[in-house]
Design a protein around this ligand. Structure first.
Ligand code: NAD
Length: 437
């Protein structure tokens, strides 16, 4: 696929970290209204720089425009690219206005072009593992989800000092102005909706809790830094999704079924550890004990929190297992290794790779228009719920998105291969006896 990037800011370098694993993506060039940025990127990665957006859009060699601009520019850039006859992959959210989002998809349809976009963590190994395990019946019937996106107290994080490997400053002012929900909630909504279908009702609350997170004046100054939403899915599953810039970091995905639970540690880590527990009298009783709850090593002996399971491996799994071409200093290599091991690892190009693959195989896009419009509506409902809270029925919906074939056909079967912990089996009789008079 012949692509060109519009926007060469902070996230651009994150996209570049996994480029080495995507030889099918042919980058024809880049453009940024900030020419200093496009020149830096050009020097570092050797890309051609277009002198203007028009020049990029009139290049017949470009099939697909990748929109990595600031959220406020998403609409204009996507609209112009579609009007120029290009397919578009956009960062999330498509826009922060439901009608404008709809109008872009209508334009794409009218022009016979594809419009799709982030987030692409839906396609990663950790999320694929959750989806396959649920399909296998490993937790019985899924009933409840707790999904957290606490991203640390922003006012303590010195966000002003954070830079990408090629020196793009982290756009902290924009992030705080747009808000943690607009920036992050889609990372959870994408897998929740893919797994459980459209949301039928949203009960949400959002609030602004910590002022003056930065000395930079913000417009508006009080975008919510906390939101929580209870979502009811068409298939009866309920989910509670939390986003904050107030609470210490917690990015867990936690699905509870009537027979067990499955937990992935980090929605920002494509290969996040996943633990599966099938409930037993022992695992449930052990949780009552303070030590089993608070000392994971002891808890695990009794099956609390379950066992770490091997991940489903997908066609681009290797992309986050190495980094090439972004930086080569000893410090960079050490930080990259530490980050990928402990903090987060995302293949941001996976969405584009899946887009290209669907086009090649003449399949519908894995994230189709009605799905992305629904995600936009949910994001905005939650962000704008306010401190009085709202209970709403979304106006949008989508046809179920099928599980990707290779995930469905993965040789892993998480129900059949599950084994309870040794001690869990050994003390089953004792736990029974202790519960009797
Ligand atoms: N920062 C992150 O960690 C992160 C992670 C995932 C997704 N995103 C998303 O990626 C997008 C970009 O984020 P970022 O962090 O790179 O922001 P950024 O502010 O660092 O970069 C945006 C770039 O777009 C350029 N730009 C703005 N309007 C333009 C226009 N009309 N034409 C051409 N260039 C234009 C800016 O000059 C800037 O260089 C946003 O949608 C954001 O939500 C960011």
């Amino acid at each position: 696929m012949k692509i060109a990037f519009v926007g060469c800011g902070y996230v651009f370098d994150i996209y570049m970290r996994t480029l080495w694993a995507h030889p099918e993506l042919d980058i024809r060039g880049v453009f940024d209204i900030d020419t200093a940025r496009s020149n830096v990127v050009s020097r570092h990665y050797g890309f051609h720089v277009y002198p203007s957006l028009d020049a990029l859009l009139s290049d017949p060699e470009v099939d697909t425009v990748v929109n990595l601009t600031s959220i406020g520019s998403h609409f204009d850039v996507t609209q112009r690219a579609l009007e120029a006859g290009k397919d578009v992959y956009t960062e999330k959210p498509v826009t922060t206005d439901l009608d404008r989002t709809r109008s872009l998809f209508a334009l794409a349809h009218a022009r016979g072009r594809i419009l799709t976009g982030a987030p692409c963590n839906l396609f990663c190994d950790a999320v694929s593992t959750l989806m396959k395990a649920v399909r296998d019946g490993a937790i019985g019937r899924p009933v409840l989800v707790y999904a957290e996106l606490d991203d640390n107290p922003a006012h303590m994080m010195q966000l002003e000092k954070v830079q990408s490997p090629t020196g793009a400053p982290f756009p902290y002012a924009e992030e705080l102005q747009e808000g943690c929900t607009v920036e992050h909630v889609a990372y959870h909504l994408v897998w929740l909706c893919a797994l459980f279908g459209p949301v039928q009702s949203v009960t949400a609350f959002s609030d602004f809790l910590i002022p003056n997170k930065t000395k930079t004046p913000l417009v508006p100054p009080d975008t919510p830094d906390f939101s929580v939403a209870c979502l009811q899915f068409a298939n009866g599953v309920a989910a509670r999704v939390t986003c904050t810039w107030v609470s210490p970091r917690n990015h867990q995905m936690h699905i509870i079924g009537d027979q067990g639970e499955i937990t992935a540690d980090n929605v920002f880590h494509d290969q996040s550890p996943v633990h599966l527990e099938r409930f037993s009298r022992v695992t449930l009783a052990a949780r009552k004990a303070y030590t089993a709850r608070t000392q994971p090593v002891i808890g695990r002996l009794f099956g609390v929190g379950g066992r770490r399971v091997p991940l489903v491996r997908r066609w681009k799994s290797h992309a986050v297992e190495a980094e090439k071409g972004v930086g080569s200093s000893l410090k960079h290599r050490f930080v990259s290794w530490l980050r990928r091991r402990e903090i987060y690892a995302q293949d941001k190009l996976l969405g584009l790779a899946e887009m290209a693959r669907a086009m090649r195989e003449q399949r519908p896009q894995p994230l189709p228009p009605d799905f992305l419009i629904h995600l936009t509506e949910l994001t905005l409902l939650i962000q704008r719920a306010g401190a009085q809270g709202v209970a709403k029925v979304p106006t949008t919906s989508f046809a179920p998105v099928p599980l990707l074939d290779d995930v469905l056909n993965s040789p892993m079967n998480y129900l059949q291969t599950y084994k309870p912990a040794l001690l869990e089996r050994a003390v089953a009789g004792l736990v029974e006896a202790l519960h009797r008079r």
